[in-house]
Design a protein around this ligand. Sequence first.
Ligand SMILES: *Cc1c(COP(=O)(O)O)cnc(C)c1O
Length: 390
Amino acid sequence: MTDHRDFSPHPQTTAAAYGVASDRAFGAVAPPLYLSSTYEFAGYEEPRLYDYGRAGNPTRDLLGHALAKLELGAGSIITSSGMSALDLLVSRQRPDDLILAPHDCYGGTMRLLKARAELGHCSVRFVDQSDVSAFADALEEVPSLVLIETPSNPLMRVVDIAVLAAKAHDAGAAVAVDNTFLSPAIQRPIELGADYVLHSTTKYLNGHSDVIGGAVVAADPAQVDQLRQWANIVGSAGAPFDSWLTMRGLRTLFPRMAQQQNNAMAIANYLQNHPAVVKVHYPGLPTHPGHAVAARQQHGFGAMLSFELFGGVSAVRQFIKAVRFFTLAESLGGIESLVAHPATMTHADMGEEARATAGISDSLLRLSIGLEAERDLLVGLETGLAACAG
Ligand SMILES: *Cc1c(COP(=O)(O)O)cnc(C)c1O
């Protein structure tokens, strides 16, 4: 017999049902959307739970609580974008603080860190975190914050969060993991030792490509309070309507991720055996260098992958023209499948030399795999590959 006294619901149940039927005014089953910017005081010197929308909002807080539960944190701050979530942490650093970030981090992350460093708000150093000795050397400089991104974009490099976090803590640094590429349905960094989890909720958490949003989850309640105050000071909170939409998207996070990563696995296998394809980067493939770590620290392999075509830029052009069911667009994590060409789109700003160092060739394509039927996605890719082979 299972002892149900310590029973806590499965995260899928939290995503699907957190806050359902909690409305005390009318018994609404779907949690209501509160747009009000201000709240009536109960009386003289009697504020209620909420007073002003920049500081707090019931709809935004519902999403924040659900996300904190899913990420196993003490609380979370919902912000207006993934970038403003990152900046909530970065802008709290002092001028003599050093941030250690991956050399192949998200382009917007690199731009923000460099811009803050240029203004003297903090220092930043980029390092290949999969290089054990380079990472150890960088820790000698006593960073205040180590930022981790795994899997990376667009080559899906995987690093061991538990190992890096332990080393960072030994060096006295706090650890933040950008979990945008997997979501808490697949990876829970706090369980692996992270102090903060960052999200662009724009991606899998909302999942429908119709909101820009972000979140910071903190493991320590004192940090949650400080960050909440800071978000109120700088005014970076997410809009209530966006939170409501994101909560609606979050309901189906687990089944979406399950189906999308099944599709991704099928596509990775298909591409790997195709004569027009040089190489496939997907942690679910046993041949991927990060496969063992991913299998250990993730609960699945996600729905992002990239691959390289034979025939360079002209093959890329032909493929993009002919491919079906994949839309040529930046971003990821939505229910629709997207194809991106990192060299001319997401990673164009990097410059040719930096791309070459990072291993991002002109014939690399990135796929965000959606919820379409596997058969159709395979047919759509086949159409594209046939065109570039011919
Ligand atoms: C998209 C993205 C961001 C930035 O989020 P926005 O919501 O676009 O501001 C940060 N990190 C990763 C890994 C992303 O994919």
